[in-house]
Design a protein. Structure first.
Length: 264
């Protein structure tokens, strides 16, 4: 009798645990909604202990559902960041931007951008990886077409730890379903960024050598984008007197070639 009671009690506890999990799963289902004019986007997902899953995007225009499909990513998804409807390229159909986060201490953020193709009557999407920094959407040249104001995340850990890393300016624009790097079209912003990086070098060069070194690397990338590479190298060589200066200059040149700042 005692054994039957024990088994029954354990079975009841198991049922209770399963019921609790089911209820918890239902309670953690979330839907983010954004509207603009006659357009509404809904992004639904379920939160588990660490990340999110069962991602779904629904787009409705003028009462008609034009998209309702699961969301997947090569980067992996751990957290929802934001949902936005924005006309990125001045055509009649606004885009839907879903910003997601892969998880980790500070990395990484990426965007899924959905564009309506009226000829095919369906949405297509691209994925753009931002890394640690993310972006700010701004109309930098006041032409009613916004730019993604960001930074070159390839500089993370290249010459210092994450906390000590510096990044050159990077500006993107969405055109015909693709992201285009338009940074060099904004020399004034590049100049301001280079100035701030030089100030960062000056501030940290004595106390934290790696921070100063990383700032010089990003500064020189900006100088290349300004067409001032010769002046940039002269200033960097005069400024940096660390014991590793020869290897640093070699590594820096190789890195700028690999990342496309030095055009061969």
């Amino acid at each position: 009798m005692k054994g039957k009671f024990t088994l029954g009690f354990i079975f009841s506890l198991a049922l209770l645990a399963v019921s609790s999990l089911i209820c918890a799963k239902v309670a953690m289902a979330k839907t983010e909604t954004v509207e603009s004019g006659d357009m509404r986007a809904e992004f639904s997902y379920e939160e588990n202990e660490y990340c999110i899953d069962n991602l779904q995007l629904k787009v409705i225009r003028d009462g008609q559902t034009l998209l309702d499909q699961p969301v997947s990513s090569e980067s992996g998804v751990c957290r929802f960041f934001s949902l936005e409807i924005q006309n990125l390229d001045a055509n009649p159909d606004p885009e839907v931007i879903v910003d997601l986060y892969t998880g980790g201490a500070h990395c990484c953020r990426f965007s899924l951008i959905y564009r309506y193709d009226p000829a095919r009557k369906q949405y297509t999407s691209i994925e753009h990886f931002w890394g640690n920094g993310g972006y700010e959407l701004k109309d930098l040249n006041r032409d009613s077409i916004p730019e993604f104001n960001s930074q070159d995340d390839r500089f993370a850990y290249a010459f210092a730890s994450y906390a000590g890393s510096s990044y050159p300016l990077q500006i993107w624009q969405y055109r015909d379903g693709n992201m285009v790097d338009v940074t060099r079209s904004y020399p004034e912003l590049i100049y301001n960024d280079a100035y701030q990086l030089w100030q960062r070098y000056t501030e940290y060069k004595n106390e934290y050598e790696e921070v100063g070194r990383a700032a010089l690397a990003a500064y020189l990338a900006d100088k290349y984008m300004l067409g001032q590479s010769e002046d940039g190298w002269q200033r960097v060589r005069e400024a940096y007197q660390g014991s590793d200066r020869d290897s640093f200059f070699k590594d820096l040149r190789n890195f700028l070639e690999e990342t496309g700042y030095i055009k061969n």
